[in-house]
Design a protein around this ligand. Structure first.
Ligand code: 6R9
Length: 668
């Protein structure tokens, strides 16, 4: 495997070419007068936040949340980079997402319209969802889960996922969701790292009309001695047969279903851990990103209201992200419910049973705010505009994008094809491109739809109360018209509080490149107006369909196969998925290059080690890998090969014949 020392990953300067194209983009789309007049947040918030950032957030915290004990200090930054927000305050996330709406007389408002892939539906009002969460909280407590314990969640996109998260939050247990597309091996390492006491899963789900299992991966993940899991709660979703471990496994219907619907929520300290979510970094081992309660909820709720212009009484909001990712945490499980919104939740894929499924859902539920990823938009572009044209999309009035840079072509298509049919105004629905990360917990850079004149392809402006900058190698702010590294200069409420079990790694990973600033890992440019354009990662993290994948993690999976001596992975530009995983492998001396067979075997091996999403699109068997004299793989050169370009400057290679050897081997 390539030599990766944590924290020493070199950052490449963001590539200039991308910006050259973007800088010619001069279209502007101002909000309509009608939209601006009805917007819930105005430009006044920028000025207010600039005047006193912590005071601005303290005001939001008190307005958007009900605290069982008020806080005494907005921000404690006396021990950077360890921030404390809303010090001394106590708040219960589930009470804020549920009970208080019922108490306020909104119990009959729909919280979730669930649409299963096979077409089954369920509707939960706020009153019903509150009851379910109380039952789940009682059930988890009866299984011995107490405040501070970790609960691993391995569920499809079904209401029980949201119920489980809120039930954990209610009792102060820390959830750790593992995306259902991750393998048993990935699940095992996350369960072990967090020392989870309970696992909540399902028998399986549906994928493109076929049952797809989940429970066997849990069984496999728990097949070793010494794990910490005492109980497994299993939702019956697709009815497929499952192995059963008496005493350990419990059907959801028998435990949660039988539990009492009386449960009083108590406040938890504002800094009480809410959840851990593992994400890929530049090293082989995923990091358990830790979020706490008060600040996370405040920024999530504020941004959800401001960026989507949420009118909770009339809007129907749909975020298509899976709950296995941060977007599904912040903008499905928490913020919409905190804000009392009505949301749609869909279990399946966009093409099941046909490519118009999403647009039928929009029409059926009259979705007014749609939040999705550029990779989905590019897929719909490929399928053709006749497909959404079959549905009535006139309910849509705000469109959101997240996960990766959105290219201007996709942005324009989104506006013209999906947003143009907006019923409320003759002007198409505004698009809000939202930049943020698992680590930031909530949106950081995004237009305000009633304020900002949007530009196709740019996330543009830091949100009120967020201090973002673009700096050069030395940490100096770059002038307008220049590019560099995206940093965050001041602490923000939803910031990660650390890496589970590893405070040093937190400092080293995010706060060592530019000592007093958080370095996000992204390159960015400021245009002549000072607006920010994201240029993608500058480290060894890839972005495939908006999913973060680490080159080192996939390399490590490849070299764990007995036939592989060495591996190097790069993210190559891909029209639909943004980037695609391309792997270069050197086989061991005694391994036989069986061509397609070995490639297929290695792809499956990666699928087993990490999950199907990490399977390389292409695996190239090569005789050598390009390395510098210090032994560092020059991924830049491999990227040139993977993207079919002429290979760039190779003068720092230890062996300058390597690229020719690779080219020769690939011609064969
Ligand atoms: C929310 C989420 C974070 C990385 C981030 C960046 C990329 C996310 C983006 C964007 C350009 C946007 N990213 N949103 N790049 N424009 N609007 O996706 O979190 O999975 O942790 O990924 O995704 O590279 O650093 P996460």
């Amino acid at each position: 495997m390539s030599q990766q020392t944590p924290g020493t990953t070199a950052t490449q300067a963001p590539q200039g070419d991308a910006f050259e194209n973007l800088s010619q983009e001069n279209r502007r789309f101002a909000p309509s007068a009608e939209f601006a007049a009805n917007a819930v947040v105005t430009a006044a918030d920028y000025a207010e936040a600039d005047a006193d950032r912590p005071a601005f957030w303290a005001k939001q915290a008190r307005e958007l949340l009900s605290w069982s004990k008020d806080f005494t200090q907005a921000l404690d930054w006396s021990n950077p980079p360890f921030a404390k927000w809303f010090v001394g305050g106590e708040v219960n996330a589930a009470y804020n997402a549920l009970d208080r709406h019922v108490e306020a007389g909104n119990g009959d408002r729909v919280a979730i319209y669930f649409e299963g892939e096979p077409g089954d539906t369920r509707t939960y009002t706020y009153a019903q969802l509150t009851e379910e969460v109380k039952k789940a909280a009682n059930a988890f407590e009866s299984l011995g889960v107490a405040k501070g314990d970790r609960v691993a969640v391995y569920l499809p996109m079904i209401p029980e996922a949201v119920i489980t998260l809120l039930a954990c939050a209610r009792i102060g247990a820390i959830h750790s969701v593992v995306f259902g597309g991750f393998s048993a091996e990935a699940l095992r390492s996350r369960i072990d790292d967090a020392e989870a006491k309970l696992v909540v899963t399902a028998d399986g789900t549906y994928r493109r009309g076929k049952p797809s299992a989940l429970k066997p991966a849990v069984d496999e993940a728990l097949a070793h001695d010494g794990h910490t899991v005492q109980n497994v709660v299993v939702v019956k979703r697709n009815g497929q047969d499952v192995d059963w471990h008496e005493g350990r496994d419990h059907w959801w219907a028998d435990t949660v279903g039988a539990a009492s619907a009386e449960h009083t929520a108590v406040g938890h300290d504002s800094e009480h851990p809410l959840f851990i979510l593992y994400t890929s970094g530049t090293t082989g081992k995923p990091k358990g990103i830790l979020h706490t309660t008060g600040g996370y909820l405040t920024q999530g709720a504020y941004t959800h209201k401001a960026v989507f212009d949420l009118h909770p009484e009339t809007d129907v909001y749909w975020c298509t992200a899976d709950v296995g990712w941060i977007t599904g945490h912040s903008y499905v499980a928490y913020a919409p419910l905190i804000n009392g919104a009505t949301q749609v939740m869909y279990e399946g894929t966009p093409d099941s049973p046909h490519q118009g499924r999403w647009w039928e859902i929009v029409e059926k539920y009259k979705v007014s705010i749609l939040y999705t990823a550029p990779t989905a938009i590019r897929t719909f572009m490929k399928w053709g505009k006749e497909i959404p044209a079959k549905s009535d999309l006139s309910s849509i009035r705000v469109l959101g994008s997240v996960g990766e840079p959105i290219n201007p072509e996709a942005w324009m298509w989104y506006r013209e094809v999906i947003g143009a049919d907006s019923g409320r105004t003759a002007i198409p629905a505004p698009i809000v491109d939202t930049w943020w990360q698992t680590e930031t917990g909530a949106q950081m850079i995004a237009p305000l739809p009633g304020v900002t004149a949007t530009k196709p392809g740019s996330a543009q402006v830091p949100l009120p109360g967020i201090a973002v900058d673009v700096v050069d190698e030395l940490g100096e702010s770059v002038p307008n018209g220049s590019g560099g590294y995206l940093v965050i200069r001041e602490p923000w409420p939803a910031m990660l509080r650390g890496i589970w079990g590893d405070p040093e790694r937190f400092k080293e990973t995010y706060w060592s490149r530019f000592e007093t600033m958080y370095f996000a890992g992204d390159g960015a440019k400021k245009d002549e107006d000072g607006d920010i354009w994201l240029l993608g990662r500058v480290d060894d993290v890839m972005n495939v369909s908006g999913h973060r994948l680490s080159t080192a993690e996939i390399e490590s999976a490849l070299v764990s196969h007995p036939a592989v001596a060495e591996a190097a992975v790069v993210g190559a530009a891909d029209e639909t998925t943004g980037q695609a995983v391309v792997a270069f492998v050197i086989l061991r001396g005694d391994a036989v290059d069986t061509g397609d067979a070995i490639v297929q075997e290695l792809r499956n091996h990666v699928g087993k080690e990490i999950g199907p999403i990490a399977k390389p699109k292409t695996i190239l068997v090569v005789p050598e890998l390009p390395k510098t004299r210090s032994g560092k793989i020059m991924r830049r050169l491999l990227k040139d090969v993977a993207e079919g370009r002429e290979v760039g400057d190779a003068t720092t290679l230890a062996d300058n014949t390597v690229m020719a050897q690779i080219a020769h081997s690939l011609k064969k």
